[in-house]
Write a protein that binds this ligand. Structure first.
Ligand SMILES: Cc1cc2nc3c(=O)[nH]c(=O)nc-3n(C[C@H](O)[C@H](O)[C@H](O)COP(=O)(O)OP(=O)(O)OC[C@H]3O[C@@H](n4cnc5c(N)ncnc54)[C@H](O)[C@@H]3O)c2cc1C
Length: 277
């Protein structure tokens, strides 16, 4: 699956679903990306064990990047699934109210879904719920029906992304943990557990470890105050502060402009915030 190159235009750190999806896209643009994964294989982090829901974003914070990512990903998955032979179970989802307090909140959930541009979400009564799910406990009071929520396979999609990326000239290196990095001319020199890698552009897709990777080049907003910035990718000193979503938000491109950031430890006003992928 891998060949050895020590120099690359663009490196992605982390082979979870996010890194694999970025890898596929960049490879299809002809950029020959290099994906570095610390684990023995791709999906060594959260992506290997999630609940497999393809979310509509019906309950995501309105106007958030999380919502935009969910809905773009949702559309893209439906668009490419047949070409990549990816599974989809059109399961629908139910948000069940188990008491009067929860029942009173259902209209708000429906309203939020409509605001989030998921118009087919609707409230159903107890009789309808029982007909759809006869094995639910008797005290279920009603539910919100989310027809567009589906089940996918968390493994086959990222695997297909990586295979397609490799077929388009990308490269994957496993057992390759990024430990440190510094600017060298107009490029980055990354120190990894299997030797140095030179890259012009680096993308952080390290999931719950995104804060530690980010701390290589700047003070991470997710870093515990007493945590050392350097060499912190080797181990996590305390429980992760960043949720996977927050880490995804922190997906950044490190470019030549980072030199200034490393000096100051924060983003100067004149420099654009990290570009999200
Ligand atoms: C229990 C659970 C259920 C979930 N259910 C759902 C769901 O139903 N639907 C949904 O959409 N989302 C769900 N999620 C969220 C979803 O799984 C995550 O948002 C997603 O997997 C994050 O992917 P990622 O690629 O950002 O991170 P990860 O999958 O964690 O990938 C990060 C990768 O980076 C690698 N890495 C870390 N540090 C380094 C380094 N220094 N050098 C090289 N590589 C490194 C790691 O080994 C890892 O493979 C769930 C999450 C959990 C925990």
């Amino acid at each position: 699956m891998t060949t050895t190159t020590d120099q690359s235009e663009i490196v992605i750190i982390g082979g979870g679903v996010v890194g694999c999806a970025i890898f596929r896209r960049l490879a299809m643009l002809g950029l020959r990306p290099l994906l570095l994964e610390a684990g023995g294989d791709i999906l060594s982090g959260a992506s290997k064990g999630n609940s497999a829901l393809l979310h509509t974003g019906f309950d995501a914070p309105q106007g958030s990047l999380e919502l935009a990512c969910m809905q773009t990903g949702y559309r893209e998955y439906l668009d490419i699934k047949d070409r990549l032979n990816l599974p989809l179970v059109e399961s629908t989802a139910l948000v069940v109210a188990w008491d009067d307090e929860q029942l009173a909140k259902l209209p708000g959930i429906v309203a939020k879904a409509h605001d989030n541009n998921v118009p087919d979400v609707r409230q159903i009564d107890r009789a309808d719920l029982r007909q759809r799910e006869p094995h639910l406990a008797d005290h279920a009071k009603g539910a919100v029906l989310v027809p567009g929520e589906h089940i996918i396979d968390p493994w086959s999609a990222p695997l297909a992304y990586v295979k397609q990326g490799i077929a388009h000239g990308g490269e994957v290196r496993r057992r390759c943990r990024v430990i440190d990095g510094r600017q060298q001319g107009g490029s980055w020199r990354l120190e990894t557990s299997s030797g140095p890698v030179i890259a012009r552009c680096v993308i952080n897709a390290a999931g719950n470890y995104g804060d530690l990777v980010e701390a290589i080049c700047r003070k991470s907003p997710f870093m515990p105050p007493n945590c050392s910035r350097r060499s912190s990718c080797r181990s996590r000193p305390s429980a992760p502060k960043a949720s996977s979503c927050a880490a995804r938000l922190s997906a950044i491109c490190w470019s030549g402009r980072q030199r200034k950031i490393r000096k100051t430890g924060h983003w100067p006003r004149s420099i654009k915030q990290p570009c999200s992928i």
